[in-house]
Design a protein around this ligand. Structure first.
Ligand code: NAD
Length: 330
C-alpha cells in the first residue's frame, strides 16, 4: 500500500470540506479540486470553522503538524498529485461516472479512488473505468471531521487489497471503518435513516406531528441512547433480564400492526412547505454556521464522555490516540 501523504478531493462542497478538515488535522496534505473556482474560499472557510472542534477532540493527543491545503479547478492535476482520492461530487450517477472515469485515466494504478456516494453501489460506478479494482465506496457522515463512521463497500471488481488499504487509511485519520459485506443501494446506515425519514414525511403528511414534535420524539428519547449502544443492544436491555428474547416476545406482534408505512408519501407542495417551514421555525433565526458550532461542541463532548467508557465512537478515539502515540514513538 502507498504511504498516503496527499489526499486528493474531487468536489469540495459540504462533504469535501469535511474530508479536508479531518485529513489536514491528521497531518495529511490535501489537493482539492472543484469545477467552481469560488469553492476555494468555501473550503478554506470550512477547514477554519472545523479547527476548534478538532483541536478540542484531540486535545492531549500526539498529533503531527497539520497538513497543507491547495486548490485547483483541474481535476486531472489533482489526480496526478494524490496518493488516495476521495470523490464528493453531487449524487447523480452520470456525473459521478464521468468525473470518476476522467480521474481514473490519470491517477496511477495503485491510487485508490473512493466515492462518498450516499447510495450508489460501487459496481455502478466502476463500469468502464481504468483499473476498476481500486474503486470503492467510502461513505462518511456529516460532519466528516467529527463523525468517525465510514462505510467501506467494494464492487464486483474491487480488490480485497484496495478495501484493506482504504480501511488502514481511514483508521489512520481517526475513523471507524465499517466493512460492508454486500453492496446494496444506500449501504447500511442510509437505509436505516431513510426508513425513519419516510415515517417523518408520513407524519407530516397525515398531520400527526410538526417537525418540532417529531424531533422532540427523537432527541429526548431514542436519539440520546443511540450514540452509546445502537438500537439492537438498547432493545436487548428493554427486554429486562429476559434480554432480546423477551423483547421479541413482547414487541414482535407490533410488527404486524400498522405502526409504520415503509413506502414514502408523495412529496406534495404541502409536505415540502411543512418540512421546510417547520425546520426554519425550529432554527429560531440561527444561521447554519451557528447551528454547526453548537452541534460540533456537543459532538466533541459526547465523544469525550464515551472515551472514558471506551465505548462506540469513544473507543475509536482511544484507538486513534494510541495510533498517534505509536507513530510519534517510531
Ligand atoms: N451532505 C451530506 O450529508 C452527505 C453525507 C454523506 C455523503 N454525501 C455524499 O457526498 C457527495 C457530495 O455531497 P455534498 O453534500 O458535499 O454536495 P455539494 O453539492 O455540497 O458539493 C458538491 C461539489 O461538487 C462540485 N462538482 C460538481 N461536479 C464536479 C466535477 N465534475 N468535478 C469537480 N467538482 C464537481 C460542485 O461544484 C460542488 O462544490 C454526494 O455523493 C452525497 O451523496 C453527502
Amino acid at each position: 500500500m502507498r504511504n498516503i501523504k496527499t489526499l486528493g478531493l474531487l468536489g469540495t462542497g459540504v462533504i469535501g470540506g469535511g474530508w479536508a478538515a479531518r485529513a489536514l488535522h491528521c497531518g495529511i496534505d490535501v489537493v482539492a479540486a472543484d469545477l467552481n473556482p469560488k469553492m476555494e474560499d468555501w473550503i478554506r472557510g470550512a477547514v477554519e470553522t472545523a479547527a476548534p472542534a478538532l483541536d478540542d477532540l484531540t486535545e492531549g493527543m500526539a498529533m503531527p503538524p497539520k497538513g497543507t491545503l491547495s486548490f485547483t479547478t483541474d481535476s486531472r492535476e489533482m489526480a496526478e498529485a494524490a496518493d488516495f482520492i476521495q470523490e464528493n461530487v453531487p449524487e447523480q450517477l452520470d456525473l459521478k461516472r464521468s468525473a470518476l472515469a476522467s480521474i481514473a485515466d490519470v491517477a496511477p494504478a495503485d491510487v485508490i479512488i473512493s466515492s462518498s456516494t450516499s447510495g450508489f453501489m460501487p459496481s455502478e460506478l466502476q463500469e468502464g473505468m481504468t483499473h476498476p479494482e481500486r474503486l470503492l465506496v467510502g461513505h462518511p457522515f456529516n460532519p466528516v471531521y467529527l463523525c468517525p463512521l465510514v462505510e467501506v463497500v467494494g464492487g464486483k471488481e474491487t480488490s480485497d487489497a484496495a478495501k484493506q488499504a482504504a480501511k488502514t487509511f481511514y483508521t489512520g485519520i481517526g475513523m471507524h471503518a465499517l466493512m460492508v459485506r454486500k453492496e446494496v443501494p444506500g449501504h447500511i446506515s442510509d437505509r436505516l435513516q431513510e426508513a425513519m425519514w419516510r415515517e417523518i414525511l408520513h407524519a407530516l403528511n397525515d398531520d400527526i406531528a410538526t417537525t418540532t414534535e417529531l424531533d422532540a420524539s427523537i432527541v429526548y428519547g431514542p436519539g440520546l441512547r443511540w450514540a452509546i449502544m445502537g438500537m439492537n443492544q438498547i432493545y436487548m436491555m428493554a427486554g429486562g433480564e429476559g434480554g432480546a428474547g423477551h423483547f421479541l416476545e413482547q414487541f414482535a406482534p407490533a410488527l404486524d400492526w400498522p405502526w409504520s408505512h415503509l413506502k414514502a408519501p408523495e412529496l406534495s407542495d404541502e409536505i415540502i412547505d411543512r418540512y421546510v417551514d417547520g425546520t426554519t421555525e425550529q432554527a429560531e433565526g440561527q444561521s447554519i454556521r451557528d447551528m454547526e458550532r453548537i452541534r460540533d461542541e456537543c459532538l466533541v463532548a459526547i465523544q469525550k464522555v464515551l472515551r472514558k467508557h471506551d465505548m462506540a465512537s469513544g473507543a475509536t478515539l482511544n484507538n486513534f490516540a494510541q495510533l498517534m502515540q505509536d507513530k510519534q514513538g517510531r
